[in-house]
Design a protein around this ligand. Structure first.
Ligand SMILES: C[C@@H](c1c[nH]c2ccccc12)[C@H](N)C(=O)O
Length: 385
């Protein structure tokens, strides 16, 4: 359960039975033919996979290089999150669980969890910071429409990290009948590995699609935004052991890395433990978690998945951070050049052209991790639309 020095399961003793049950069964269950048949059928018929790999003609002309977009924005629910929640709900059923809990900050993972619980007719409780419930009302309404119970987390800063703490507390108190669906490649082993395996369909499809379109499976660059890092984990997964494929990870600098309002974890973080995982996290001198900031709710995490901490430490990935301003400008540019309004998280990835140049025959694949509908009010306020 390690990625170099990072990962592991640094959990309270009372959580050990839950995590150990998961760890000892997840690979066998995921490996079962019946699991894969049901998983792939739902990805096809319910999520709408395979998602297109689209050649972005005008964006490519503007930046003088070859840009492909992996259209995770076309998944049901509008983002890649559902690839993971489909996998975990099937796993929970096979473990005989009758109750699902989840954390959410922006509500994205909450909606993806409520969606699959409605699909399977399983009770769903989503923990969400009281602050986030106020500022993400549309997603709260969606979760309720989908039949989930949204429970305010009132501890700490009342945002994502507190919702995660409250979900863990619930799980400790309900170990036998409850499965905790974590929304990113974070948390104690096996979660980072399990979520990455469910998201790996993204790069599995990309290899096949790029072969059809470019006569090669491997691009020169794969680029994704990184909050916890689940969409990036999926985009990188099948390219990790091919050094010819350069990996670019884009974090949220917020108001600037040295502004005190940022979520650029690899730039500002130090080694520590967060939510059961040894990784890099933004922390005070005595190890308390620092509240992150980003205009994008999905990149709002003070930690980072241990896979990404290792990619950073080992130099396998190049980490870039972009500000709110750069991301918002990139979002409206992609909208105007390609007719696709990206989620603000995804817009961060497109802002790398401010900092990087590419050769004309370079092939770049961006993971377009989500659509921008959920962010329209933020785009309206920002650009006075
Ligand atoms: C991206 C997603 C999320 C949900 N849980 C997370 C854990 C770590 C990092 C990110 C997340 C988002 N913050 C949400 O609220 O759904």
């Amino acid at each position: 359960g390690y990625y170099g020095d990072f990962g592991g399961a640094f959990i309270p003793e009372m959580l050990y039975p839950n995590v150990e049950e998961l760890r000892s069964h997840y690979l066998d269950i995921i490996g079962e033919t019946s699991f894969q048949e049901e998983f792939q059928a739902l990805l096809r018929d319910y999520v709408g996979r395979p998602t297109p790999l689209y050649f972005a003609k005008r964006l490519s002309e503007k930046y003088g290089t070859k840009i492909y977009l992996k259209r995770e924005d076309l998944c049901h629910t509008g983002a890649h999150k559902v690839n993971n929640t489909i996998g975990q709900i099937l796993l929970a059923q096979r473990l005989g669980k009758k109750r699902i809990i989840a954390e959410t900050g922006a509500g994205q993972h909450g909606v993806a969890t409520a969606t699959v619980c409605a699909l399977m007719g399983i009770e769903c409780i989503v923990y969400m910071g009281a602050v986030d419930i106020e500022r993400q009302a549309p997603n709260v309404a969606r979760m309720k429409m989908l039949g989930a119970k949204v429970v305010p987390a009132t501890s700490g800063s009342k945002t994502l990290k507190d919702a995660t703490n409250e979900a863990i507390r619930d799980w400790i108190n309900n170990p036998v009948d409850t499965h905790y669906i974590i929304g990113s490649v974070v948390g104690p082993h096996p979660y980072p590995d399990m979520v990455a395996r469910f998201q790996a369909i993204i790069s599995k499809e990309t290899k096949k699609q790029l072969l059809e379109k470019e006569g090669r499976e491997d691009p020169d660059y794969v680029i994704a935004c990184v909050g916890g890092g689940s969409n990036a984990a999926g985009m990188y997964y099948h390219y990790l052991d091919n050094p010819k494929v350069k990996i670019i990870a884009v974090e949220a600098a917020g108001k600037g890395v040295s502004s005190g309002e940022s979520a650029a974890t690899t730039a500002l973080g130090k080694e520590g433990i967060i939510h059961g995982s040894k990784t890099l996290l933004m922390q005070t001198g005595d190890g308390q978690i620092t509240e992150p900031y980003s205009i994008s709710a999905g990149l709002d995490y003070p930690g980072i998945g241990p896979m990404h901490a290792h990619l950073y430490r080992s130099g396998r990935a190049q980490f870039v951070s972009v500000t709110d301003e750069a991301a918002m400008q990139a979002g409206i540019e992609v909208s105007k050049l390609e007719g696709i309004i990206p989620a603000i998280e995804t817009s961060h990835a497109f802002a790398i052209f401010d900092q990087m140049d590419f050769k004309e025959d370079d092939v770049l694949v961006f993971n377009l991790s989500g659509r921008g509908d959920k962010d329209l009010q933020t785009y309206i306020d920002y650009f006075g639309l």
